[in-house]
Design a protein around this ligand. Structure first.
Ligand SMILES: C[S@@+](CC[C@H](N)C(=O)[O-])C[C@H]1O[C@@H](n2cnc3c(N)ncnc32)[C@H](O)[C@@H]1O
Length: 229
C-alpha cells in the first residue's frame, strides 16, 4: 500500500467528527487569510475532504480542490455540486487550470506523504499554474526529529482547546495500532530541514521564505511561502 492508496479510505487520523470539523475549520480559516483579493483563483492541492472550503471559496474568485483519492473527490463533488466557484479535480486533471492563472496554491500536510523526487516533479507543474506574483504555500512540512510523540503532543493540545481530549487519547492508540502506524514505520514520512526546503524551492524556480507560523494546529511543523522567481 502506498500513502496515496492509504488516503482513499476513512482513516483513524481524525479521532471523531468534532476533531475533523475543527481541523478543517482551522485550515480553511488559515487559507482564507492568505487570499489577497476576492477575484483571486486559488488551488488547494491535496485538499482532503476540505469540510470548510466554502469559507475559502467565499473570499476567492474560484477555488480548485485537487486530491489524489477518488473517494475524497467523490465526497467533494457531492458537497460542492452546483457551487459555481468550486472545481474538484484529480491531480491528472490539472490541465483544466489555465497556466499563469493562480494567485495562491496551497499544499497543506501533503509533502510528508510524497517522496522528494515526487515533490521535485510537482514544482514545475505548480510554477506553470501560478501567476507572476502568485504564491505557493507549502504547509505542515515536517522537520527532521519531529516524530509521533511531537504530533501526539500537538494533537492533545488541539483536543484540549477543542474539548475532545478523551477521544484524542483513545484515537492516538487506535492510530498507532492501525495501518497508519504500520505505514509510518514501513514507508516513513518525508522530512525537510528549512535549508533543504529553501534550496529545493530555489532549484525549482521559486524564491521562498519560511513563514513564522505554520498553518493549522501543529506548531512543530513549518510553512513556506514562495513566488516564481
Ligand atoms: C493529510 S491529508 C491533508 C488534507 C488537507 N490538505 C488538510 O490539511 O487537512 C493528505 C491528502 O493528500 C491527498 N494525496 C495523497 N497523495 C497525493 C498526491 N500524490 N496528489 C494529490 N493528493 C494526494 C490524500 O488523498 C489526502 O486527502
Amino acid at each position: 500500500m502506498s500513502w496515496r492508496d492509504y488516503w482513499n479510505a476513512d482513516t483513524p487520523i481524525y479521532v471523531n467528527e468534532r476533531h475533523k470539523t475543527l481541523h478543517y475549520g482551522l485550515v480553511a480559516r488559515d487559507i482564507a487569510a492568505l487570499v489577497r483579493s476576492p477575484a483571486d483563483h486559488v488551488l488547494d492541492y491535496g485538499c482532503g475532504e476540505a469540510l470548510s472550503a466554502g469559507r475559502v471559496a467565499a473570499v476567492s474568485g474560484r477555488l480548485y480542490l485537487c486530491d489524489g483519492a477518488p473517494l475524497v473527490r467523490a465526497r467533494l463533488d457531492g458537497r460542492f455540486r452546483g457551487d459555481p466557484k468550486v472545481v474538484v479535480l484529480a491531480p491528472e486533471e490539472l490541465g483544466a487550470v489555465p497556466d499563469g492563472s493562480l494567485a495562491l496554491l496551497v499544499v497543506n500536510s501533503l509533502l510528508q506523504y510524497l517522496r522528494p523526487d515526487e515533490f521535485e516533479g510537482l514544482l514545475p507543474v505548480w510554477r506553470e499554474k501560478l501567476s507572476a506574483g502568485g504564491e505557493l504555500v507549502l504547509a505542515d512540512v515536517i522537520p527532521p526529529g519531529t516524530g509521533p510523540l511531537a504530533d501526539a503532543g500537538a494533537l492533545i493540545g488541539f483536543a484540549w482547546r477543542g474539548g475532545f481530549t478523551g477521544a484524542a487519547l483513545a484515537g492516538l492508540v487506535r492510530t498507532a495500532l492501525s495501518d497508519y502506524g504500520r505505514l509510518r514505520t514501513e514507508l516513513g514520512l518525508t522530512h525537510y530541514t528549512e535549508t533543504d526546503m529553501l534550496a529545493r524551492l530555489k532549484a525549482g524556480g521559486f524564491s521562498g521564505r519560511r513563514r513564522p507560523a505554520n498553518l493549522g494546529h501543529n506548531r512543530h511543523r513549518m510553512t513556506f511561502v514562495a513566488r516564481p522567481s
